[in-house]
Design a protein around this ligand. Structure first.
Ligand SMILES: [Zn+2]
Length: 380
């Protein structure tokens, strides 16, 4: 048996793996940070003496001090043989130990916290998109590890056009965010799609599919190469600590923002929801009306969206101004939402086989484009 995390977005430390019945593992911290929760590793297994597949009992031992201990309760890990189809595997949580019980059907399997979105797929996404009419691929600058901060601009600037910004994966372990963007982008670039065509008559889309490529490749949950939680850097980003936010923010200030969606995953809450700007200083009745309308529209579009479970509402003026959605919503007095998808499942529409998944995230991204279509005339 052999376990490795030596690949794009891998993360695991092996304590012992001598016996299939007793594999003990730890998740590595994000570099220069206390955060950890994302895991992703390959298990190469062997047949037993009778030539049968063996049950593997894998215990992740250090969940107690992970970023979101509540995320492990009722959580099921994902596995894949072909790195295309990811399915849930039996997982239990007790006494601060996450135990995955898995009998592989093939020689090698990948296990992960959620379906990974690789750096290679990220490049495919960007380079496929750039070949479409009205799409530009721009490099805003470099990350600390020397990767590109890539922005896709879809649509032609023009009089009265709204500027709609979408960012994803500030928290790199929240891979569902880039799956969501992939679904939205597929639809937006489809020249036969009436919603996309109508939207592009009225708006220009600025899409950053991966806000944190360094953290993504490093197998981080929440931070960039030097341990900065990018979604706490929006008030005063610097090129030394948070160039990812600095570069995107500069571009926003240059072109303006009429709507902002920042796409995330939530470790604990088993549902899709949004978190808005009710606590920002500039919040007013118009802002609230926009938020309420968008929520109503999304509720009408898809049962995958709901407004029962979510974060507690913030008190007026008390929102943390370093969070991306809050900074944008306040700076541009525009509709700005953080979208959260579950690592677990949508408890209102559960699927025991895959849970919340890459494909469901893609479909939700498509559905949010419909929602934007119904909002675009109200944005200014
Ligand atoms: Zn997040």
């Amino acid at each position: 048996m052999h376990i490795t995390d030596n690949f794009d977005s891998g993360n695991i430390r092996v304590i012992t793996a001598a016996d299939a019945n007793n594999i003990q593992l730890e998740i590595k911290h994000d570099n220069q940070s206390d955060f950890y929760q994302w895991f992703h590793f390959k298990l190469h297994n062997e047949l037993d003496v009778n030539g049968n597949r063996q049950e593997h009992i894998m215990q992740i031992k250090n969940t107690e001090n992970s970023a979101f201990p509540g995320g492990w309760k009722n959580y099921q890990a994902v596995a894949s043989y072909d790195r295309q189809y990811w399915f849930r595997v039996p997982t239990q949580y007790s006494d601060s130990v996450l135990t995955i019980t898995f009998t592989p059907e093939f020689d090698s399997a990948y296990l992960a916290y959620f379906a990974p979105y690789s750096y290679e797929r990220h490049q495919d996404l960007l380079h496929n998109a750039q070949m479409h009419t009205h799409c530009q691929l721009q490099v805003l600058g470099q990350t600390i590890d020397g990767r590109e901060m890539s922005l896709l601009t879809i649509g032609e600037a023009g009089d009265g056009k709204r500027n709609i910004w979408i960012t994803a994966r500030q928290h790199p372990g929240e891979t569902m965010a880039e799956w969501f963007v992939e679904g939205m982008l597929d639809r937006l670039l489809d020249e036969d799609d009436g919603v996309a065509r109508a939207l592009l008559n009225k708006a220009v889309f600025y899409i950053v599919p991966n806000m944190n490529p360094d953290g993504s490749v490093r197998g981080h949950l929440r931070t960039n190469a030097v341990g900065a939680n990018l979604n706490r850097e929006w008030l005063e980003p610097t090129m030394d600590r948070s160039p990812e936010v600095y570069l995107v923010r500069e571009k926003m200030l240059a072109v303006g923002v009429d709507m902002f969606l920042d796409v995330h995953g939530d470790e604990t809450i088993p549902a899709n929801f949004v978190a808005g700007c009710e606590g920002v200083v500039a919040y007013d009745t118009r802002h609230k009306a926009l938020e309420d309308k968008f929520k109503e529209i999304m509720l009408a579009i898809t049962p995958e969206f709901q407004d029962e479970l979510g974060y507690e509402k913030e008190q007026p003026g008390k929102a943390n101004p370093t969070i991306g959605t809050h900074w944008v919503g306040n700076q541009f007095t525009c509709l700005a939402y953080t979208i959260e998808m579950p690592f677990k499942d949508n408890k209102f529409l559960p699927d025991d086989t895959v849970g919340w998944s890459d494909e469901r995230s893609r479909i939700l991204g498509r559905d949010f484009l419909t929602g934007i279509y119904h909002m675009v005339d109200d944005l200014r």
